[in-house]
Each structure stands twice: as structure tokens, then as C-alpha cells.
Design a protein around this ligand. Structure first.
Ligand SMILES: [Zn+2]
Length: 303
């Protein structure tokens, strides 16, 4: 599994923590290897740099979930062809972030029909700042052509593929994709496997409390045999998803306790309430940044 995405998201963590944003290095796109890992017949995950791409192919055509960065499109297309699949017919964006939807324009121009939740299209069209990284307004060819509020279903390649917006959490446009027959779930960045703490993109409508609710919905449709494609990191299982959800819920409880006790945000950070909860001390998001994300999420959801 390629962990280059950490380079990008570490910068996000730093900016969230209020520290100086690390000088971001442009990846050496030529050196990045794009590869497919088979999951089930006709279904694979493609790794390179950026979010994991889910691909499903067969007699009815090829559908992909997310598309990483524009400079990688040709390699991704070649990898898809290497599976014996036809060019991409449908493209679903799990959310609007540049490391998941950066190839939209290329795939759109190549003939793929782009599908996403309403908020994904709105945010791509407007552009914006994602934790220190400016995404300019996307050109028309990069925008979803079909959008939905709650979800839609594809009937392709002998499977029924549900795309549904759970209410978000990482952003306000998150969708998960579930292949009913193959029993494969793509979570987008609502799960970042082995990443330590989650990234809550508050400026894109993310909210830690919503994330837990969304993860509950994702957990409810899985069983012990489900293969989970996380937004980043290696393939996962239901137990991993439950553990990820539990870590987030516990983190919220601890920060909420400090907040309700009248502590300030700075006091809450200094108390290091999330000690021992991260599964990756070098993870994407620093503890203080996650504490602040939870704090802001609680403020946003004040009843
Ligand atoms: Zn993301």
C-alpha cells in the first residue's frame, strides 16, 4: 500500500493545529506507481497517490469510485485497461477533496458520467480552501452531471451498487458505495485506515458528531465478510470499522466532558484527553487538531 498521501495530509494536520503549514512538495508524478489489487471478480482497488479508487467492471461497463490526481489519470486508465476493463463509463466521487476528485476533468472529457452528492458539485464549482490547500473552481467537465440528495443505485455487471449520502461528517457531501452481491463497501474518507485520528473538514461542512452517525449507518450494512475500501490505507474489515468508530466516539466523549466542565479549548488541548487512542502516532491529524475539530463540532451542534 502506498502511503504517500501522508505527505499531503500531514500538512493538513499542521494547519489545523495552527502551526505553520509545511512546505508542500509536489509529488514526483512520474515516479508514482499506480497498481490494482483484486478484491472480488470484477472488483478491485487501485492505489497510487491520493484516495483509494474502487473499480467495478464487466459486461455493462466500468465504474470507478474516486480518481485521485489529474497527473495520474493516464496511469489509472492504463491500470484499468490492464484489468481487462473497458474505459470508465461512470465515476462516483465520495466527496470533493482534491486527492479524490482531482482527475474529474480528465475522466469527464474522456466520456465518463460523473455522479456525486449535491454538495460535492456545489463545492467543486465554487472551489475553496481545504486545510491550507486552495482548490480553484472546477471547470465544467470536472463537475458531476448527475447529483442526488440521499443517494441512488446502479445496476451493473450483475450487481446492485448503492451510493448513499449518510449525512456526512468528513465533509457535508460524503457518500459511501456498497456492492450488495460482492459485499464490498467504499467508505471514502469517513474511514482512513491506520491513519490515527480522522480529518474533520469543518470548512467543508464536516462534523465529528455527524461522522459517528454516518459510520453507524455504514457499520449497519456490513457483516464479517464485507471487504471495506477505506478512503486511505489498506483494505479493512467490519471490526476495523467498528474500532475506528469507537475511537472517534470515545474522543468526542472525552472532549465533551472537558467542555461541559467549563474548560477552555486551550485547557482541553493541554489536558491531552485523547492519549492512547490513536493507532498511529505519526498519523495524518495531530491530537490537538482533532480535539479542536471535536470542540468546533460540538459548538456547531449545540441544541
Ligand atoms: Zn477527504
Amino acid at each position: 500500500m502506498n502511503y504517500r498521501p501522508i505527505v499531503f495530509i500531514s500538512a493538513i494536520a499542521l494547519s489545523l493545529a495552527g502551526a505553520a503549514i509545511a512546505q508542500q512538495q509536489e509529488p514526483d508524478w512520474d515516479a508514482i506507481q499506480v497498481a490494482a489489487i483484486p478484491i472480488k471478480p470484477g472488483i478491485a482497488v487501485i492505489t497510487g497517490n491520493g484516495g483509494n479508487i474502487g473499480v467495478s467492471y464487466g459486461e455493462d461497463g466500468t465504474i470507478i469510485v474516486d480518481d485521485q490526481f489529474a497527473p495520474l489519470t493516464e496511469k489509472i486508465q492504463a491500470t484499468i485497461a490492464g484489468l481487462g476493463a473497458t474505459p470508465v463509463r461512470y465515476l462516483v466521487n465520495t466527496h470533493w477533496h482534491f486527492d479524490h476528485a482531482g482527475g474529474n476533468e480528465n475522466f469527464g472529457k474522456a466520456g465518463a458520467l460523473i455522479v456525486a452528492q449535491n454538495n460535492v458539485r456545489t463545492r467543486l464549482a465554487a472551489g475553496g480552501l481545504v486545510a491550507g490547500n486552495t482548490s480553484p473552481p472546477a471547470p465544467k467537465a470536472a463537475l458531476p452531471v448527475v447529483t442526488y440528495d440521499r443517494g441512488l443505485t446502479f445496476h451493473l455487471n450483475g450487481d446492485t451498487i448503492d451510493v448513499f449520502h449518510t449525512g456526512g461528517g468528513h465533509t457535508d457531501g460524503d457518500s459511501v458505495i456498497y456492492w450488495r452481491k460482492a459485499n464490498v463497501l467504499h467508505t471514502g474518507d469517513m474511514m482512513m485506515n491506520g491513519a490515527g485520528f480522522p480529518f474533520i473538514d469543518l470548512s467543508s461542512g464536516g462534523n465529528a458528531l455527524n461522522l459517528v452517525r454516518s459510520l453507524d449507518q455504514a457499520i449497519a450494512i456490513t457483516n464479517a465478510d464485507t471487504v471495506i475500501i477505506p478512503g486511505h490505507g489498506p483494505l479493512a474489515r467490519k471490526d476495523d470499522l467498528i474500532a475506528w468508530r469507537g475511537m472517534i466516539a470515545t474522543s468526542i466523549d472525552r472532549v465533551k466532558g472537558l467542555k461541559e466542565a467549563g474548560r477552555s479549548l486551550e485547557d482541553a488541548k493541554a489536558a491531552k484527553p485523547l492519549a492512547g487512542l490513536s493507532n498511529n502516532p505519526n498519523g495524518f491529524v495531530a491530537e490537538d487538531a482533532f480535539v479542536e475539530s471535536i470542540w468546533r463540532s460540538l459548538e456547531a451542534q449545540r441544541t
